[in-house]
Design a protein around this ligand. Structure first.
Ligand code: GLN
Length: 246
């Protein structure tokens, strides 16, 4: 049955924070909406633009190199902070990947420099001198509204190590890969409908159930979305899980 509503997505810094399939994640959201007759609208919020908390149902921040993150960090903390907090408070969904995930926390420490974050979730990230944490990763995730734990498969590549504070809960348990810091056994963060993760992509094409969870939450739907033929996505997911050895 066609949906009357439109999913409004706002990508933060789409030119600067977009390494590793972030555009593909947005495209996947568009397709899964269109296939169901749900409208889809994509807008952007760039450097210097305050964030309108009513502008979107789902806010997206992709991954970024340290140098691009530096530009965005101050903007996020100074220009967009208020809008982002207001959007989260009214229940908007958010997905922040890797560099974007790091910037949702309190700070990102790079040697002697400390970049500010949005302070939306209780976590801090420190750039380590140790090796980058790279590879295929699988985590087990439980989300409200899902009948069973699911495996999220992706790829990580980060120099930062993220420590969750007492008010933060992890997105999932590491089955394979490094996760937040290579030691804690947990990955990502979730606060209500705000999700941060180190898992790059194509994250949503490999894990269409997460895309659907975000779409449903962003639209404020309690009931599941009409199913789609996900045979190809399921095969890609299984392949990613095999590659991650889970
Ligand atoms: N620059 C960050 C780090 O290396 C994030 C990298 C990324 O988004 N892949 O930790």
């Amino acid at each position: 049955m066609p949906e009357a509503r439109t999913l409004r997505v706002c990508a933060l810094y789409p030119e600067l924070m977009n390494i590793y399939a972030d555009r593909g994640n947005l495209l996947l959201l568009r397709r899964r909406c269109e296939w169901r007759g749900i409208g889809f609208e994509l807008t952007a919020s760039d450097l210097g633009e305050p964030l309108d908390p009513e502008q979107a149902d789902l806010y997206y921040i992709g991954g970024g190199q340290d140098r691009d993150q530096r530009l965005c960090a101050f903007d996020l903390a100074e220009v967009k902070r208020e809008g982002l907090h207001a959007a989260a408070a009214r229940g908007a969904a958010m997905l922040a990947v890797c560099g974007g995930y790091q910037l949702l926390g309190h700070s990102y420490e790079l040697g002697r420099e400390t970049l500010p974050g949005a302070g939306l979730v209780d976590l801090r990230t420190v750039r380590s001198d140790g090796p980058r944490l790279i590879g295929n990763v699988a985590i087990e995730v439980e989300l409200p509204g899902l009948d069973r734990p699911r495996v999220l498969a992706g790829f990580e590549n980060h120099g930062g190590r993220t420590q969750l504070g007492p008010d933060a809960r992890a997105l999932g348990r590491v089955l394979r890969g490094h996760g937040n810091d290579g030691r804690s056994g947990v990955e990502g963060v979730r606060r209500g409908t705000v999700i941060g993760t180190y898992l790059h992509g194509p994250l949503l094409p490999k894990n269409v159930w997460l895309a659907d969870w975000l779409i449903a939450r962003a639209l404020g739907r309690e009931e599941p979305l009409p199913p789609l033929d996900d045979a190809l996505e399921a095969a890609a997911h299984a392949e990613a899980r095999r590659a991650a050895g889970s």
